[in-house]
Design a binder for this molecule. Structure first.
Ligand code: BG6
Length: 483
């Protein structure tokens, strides 16, 4: 790989920072979600309840450990660190006029630490960090007013950090807003008090028309907000480069029946291309019209929106890749659980302990498909294996399974680059162990660095280098040659 390729890792505020009330931080939706497990879903509570465990409240306490953690990233040779700003540290409720100075100071300190190690920050503006107040009082993204609150936040951080940050992402996994996971992004549909947060237990039940309408309306407002943010970032600092961020997966037909082929083609459009087309081409794609009509979805927009979308196209495409999906129109075939989106078991592939299908070659396929479609730089900003690690008696973690996973994916990235894909960087997810978004567990670990905390948040919090730490260090130093 060439020397300009950006190697690094990725984290998100609500999954690492903790310090959920420190220095004036407000409550985000994430702060209202309890811990869960693979089999018992995370629950949403309206009020933060005594005696419940909310993993985001303390997470891995990056808020107080950032110097040590960034030093470890620096030792690995990171050139880029993808992290998010917690909107609630800057505007605790979301609708204030003035930002919270202490929140701004914290990220200045974080970026200064990155600079010491020559690490370029890549900042996600919104990673599952919607101010809770905006959901309660305004109905989240369903309300157009939220666009203005978001832009006030964007203007503040673009201006404040213009000498420290020039790489940005708007919304994390924006395309999941229209899935049940969208609650986290602030789609404005809060579950009942105490209910399963992501509706994972209801995955097989079709969504109601009202839910679908609400989610697509919320997504429209995010499209407009994202496009305006891109234009604003360019205006404030012409050097800024802004990407969209999607959860992407290659979709395969289960059989070569034309029905399955059509289903796979439609799923690629609906789950991968729709949001990409709006953010990169600046307009709703033709194929969504029929879907909206057949599902009685009527998006309320303003006449100026078309122009806003056209003028706010992103500079690069970024995405998370963990898995591929296999689909069929044959109702007899058993669906698999495990991932956010249902699929059927692919007989050629194995799954992780959490049921996520592992498919390195699927990454090459997807990278080619993305680049074929958009012809703009592509960055893989999340990828990795969530697995249980064993700390040995002499204090080591021999995570050869993680090394094998990452190696296989990097090999396929290289193939894709040989195919001609303009892949500009790679930031594996959870480069330091963090709280899992879907289950709230600590034991679903992705890191090169072990954090001594258990699912209840108990432990010393000590950071320990895993075998994969040294492996990745070598990989970066050799520009991906030594795997
Ligand atoms: C992505 C999210 O969906 O997947 C991350 O952007 C998340 O926030 C990651 O942590 C892995 O998922 P999980 O559920 O294993 O944490």
């Amino acid at each position: 790989m060439n020397a300009d390729f950006l190697w690094g890792g990725a984290i998100a505020a609500n999954q690492v920072e903790g310090a959920w009330k420190d220095d004036g931080k407000g409550e985000s939706i994430s702060d209202h979600i309890t811990a869960g497990t693979k089999t018992s879903p995370r629950r949403f509570t309206k009020e933060v309840r005594e005696g419940e465990h909310y993993p985001s409240h303390h997470a891995i306490d990056f808020y107080h450990h950032y110097k040590e953690d960034i030093a470890l990233f620096g030792q690995m040779g990171f050139q880029v660190l993808r992290l998010s700003i917690a909107w609630t540290r800057i505007f605790p409720m979301g609708d204030e006029e003035k930002p919270n100075q202490k929140g701004l100071d914290f990220y200045h300190a974080v970026f200064a630490e990155c600079k010491k190690w020559n690490i370029r920050p890549l900042v996600t503006l919104s990673h599952y960090e919607m101010p809770y107040h905006l959901c309660q009082a305004y109905g989240g993204w369903q309300n157009r007013k939220v666009i203005d609150f978001f832009l006030r936040y964007c203007r503040t951080v673009f201006t404040e950090y213009q000498d420290e940050v020039d790489l940005w992402l708007t919304f994390n996994e924006m395309n999941t807003l229209v899935s049940r996971f969208g609650t986290l992004l602030g789609a404005g549909i809060l579950p009942e008090d105490g209910a399963d947060m992501f509706g994972l237990g209801r995955m097989q039940t079709p969504e109601t028309k009202e839910e679908m309408q609400a989610r697509f309306q919320a997504l429209h407002h995010q499209f407009v907000a994202s496009a305006k943010a891109v234009a604003l970032a360019h205006e404030i600092n012409p050097k800024n480069r802004v990407g969209c961020m999607l959860s992407a997966a290659g979709v395969y037909p289960y059989t070569c029946s034309p029905d399955d082929m059509l289903e796979a083609q439609w799923q690629m459009k609906k789950s991968n291309w729709f949001c990409g087309d709006v953010c990169i081409r600046g307009a709703y794609p033709y194929y969504m019209e029929r879907f909206f009509e057949e599902n009685a979805i009527a998006i309320v927009s303003k006449t100026e929106d078309a122009d806003i979308l056209k003028k706010g196209c992103v500079d690069f495409f970024s995405f998370s890749y963990y898995t591929s999906r296999c689909v069929t129109r044959n109702a007899e075939v058993q669906k698999t659980a495990g991932n956010m989106m249902l699929g059927v078991q692919n007989p050629y592939l194995k799954a992780s302990e959490w049921g996520w299908i592992i498919d390195p070659k699927g990454l090459r396929y997807l990278l080619n498909a993305i680049y074929d479609r958009y012809q703009i730089p592509v960055m893989l900003v999340e990828n990795g294996l969530g697995a249980v690690d064993q700390l040995t008696e002499d204090g080591c973690i021999h995570d050869d399974y993680r090394i094998a996973y990452l190696k296989a994916h990097i090999e396929q990235m290289k193939e894709a680059m040989k195919d001609g894909v303009d892949l500009i960087g790679y930031t594996p997810w959870g480069c330091i162990d963090l709280v899992s978004a879907s289950t709230g567990e600590m034991k679903k670990r992705y890191g090169f660095i072990y954090v001594d905390l258990d699912n209840e948040g108990k432990g010393s919090g000590k950071r320990i280098k895993k075998d994969s730490f040294y492996w990745y260090q070598k990989c970066i130093a050799s520009h991906g040659e030594e795997l």
